[in-house]
Design a protein around this ligand. Structure first.
Ligand code: AHM
Length: 344
């Protein structure tokens, strides 16, 4: 039995980086995850259910649990002192911690504290998604350069899924490992070592109700998934939970593609680059899969603002490549359209 904390230490030592700082940071995320897990498990009870009565920067109504989860992660990371600032889906601005306390803090965290929270009431798995970057301004005041780093600069990408069991999955660029929470001893235990995604899955996950608004390339790819071709196991099967982490986690274990494209109404799609697309893209690549905006590698995109959105095509390599091919062939103009929309 190996615990999350033991595993992080071992990995850091192997890479010659065992100062304890990163281990502490990840451990702090694990501590907050346990508290959020407890609250998610009580979600049927009045004091954690329903709306907070506030909206976030995206104009979405905040659920009580969104706010609770956000507070728990911020509190744990502030107390741990290894993180200098947080970009959170639930905060309009960057949360910068007291400089006197975090003078030597080496890390910046981008987080969606509770992804898929519209599913809370119906007992569907939800998740926390996080990305860890190195602070560029060590010893100085936090700058925009600290928080607007491309995915290629990531130190760690991870998520926690609150499902039939609770799991923490993360990568630091040396493979993907999953830890299952054992509530009897309060520990995350290594259960899924060196996870890999099949090259050619047969599950596609997309909200097809938006079909009429999709770019032609996406429409063609959906039709491709539905064609009869036993040799390539088509027609594929469709599974869409509407909770990115649940859909991604299933496709990670079984093979498949998840798509949240741009649409005529929302050219850049719905998902946020920094704390939704980038961390799962890093995990996907480390598991041998691909993540793209339909044209470009997600990790190569240079963010221009903290709550920037991006279309996402992620999962089994051959499936993402086929979808990208159709985007280039049938919707070459859409890249400009969505970039323009994202800048305006
Ligand atoms: P959220 O950040 O408000 O929770 O929204 C993100 C979620 C993803 O988890 C999920 O895949 C997607 O929104 C579902 O959107 P839709 O209902 O449009 O299919």
């Amino acid at each position: 039995m190996k615990t999350l904390v033991e595993f992080i230490w071992e990995q850091q030592e192997k890479m010659g980086k065992a100062t304890g700082e990163f281990s502490r940071l990840l451990n702090d995320i694990g501590i907050a995850a346990k508290i959020v897990n407890r609250d998610v498990n009580r979600a049927g009870l009045a004091e954690v259910l329903g709306y907070e009565g506030t909206t976030n920067v995206q104009g979405e109504s905040q659920k009580k649990l969104d706010v609770i989860a956000n507070n728990e992660f911020i509190k744990a990371l502030r107390n741990g002192k290894q993180c200098a600032a947080i970009v959170s889906e639930e905060n309009d601005e960057v949360v910068v911690f007291d400089e006197k306390i975090t003078e030597n803090a080496k890390y910046i965290v981008a987080i969606d504290p509770l992804d898929g929270s519209s599913n809370i009431e119906v007992n569907v798995p939800i998740g926390t998604i996080f990305a860890v970057y190195k602070r560029k301004s060590l010893g100085k005041t936090i700058t925009t350069e600290d928080v607007l780093q491309a995915g290629t600069e990531l130190v760690c990408g991870g998520y926690i899924i609150y499902g039939s069991s609770t799991m923490l999955v993360y990568t630091t660029g040396d493979g993907v490992n999953g830890f299952t929470y054992d509530p009897t001893c309060g520990l995350f235990i290594l259960s899924h070592e060196n996870m890999k995604i099949k090259d050619d899955g047969n599950i596609y996950s997309i909200n097809e109700a938006n079909y009429i608004y999709f770019p032609e390339g996406v429409k063609r790819y959906i039709k491709h998934c539905q064609e009869d071709d036993p040799e390539t196991r088509r027609p594929y099967t469709t599974r869409y939970i509407g909770s990115l982490i649940s859909d991604f986690h299933r496709n990670l274990l079984r093979g498949g593609i998840y798509i949240y494209p741009g649409t005529k109404k929302n050219p850049a799609g719905k998902l946020r680059l920094l704390y939704e697309c980038v961390p799962v893209a890093f995990i996907a690549e480390q598991a041998g899969a691909k993540a793209s905006d339909g044209y470009r590698r997600i990790l190569d995109i240079q963010p221009e603002h903290i709550h920037q959105r991006s279309p996402l095509f992620i999962g089994s390599k051959s499936m993402v490549e086929e979808a990208e091919r159709m985007m280039s062939e049938f919707s070459p103009e859409f890249l400009d359209e969505y970039q323009r929309a994202e800048k305006s």
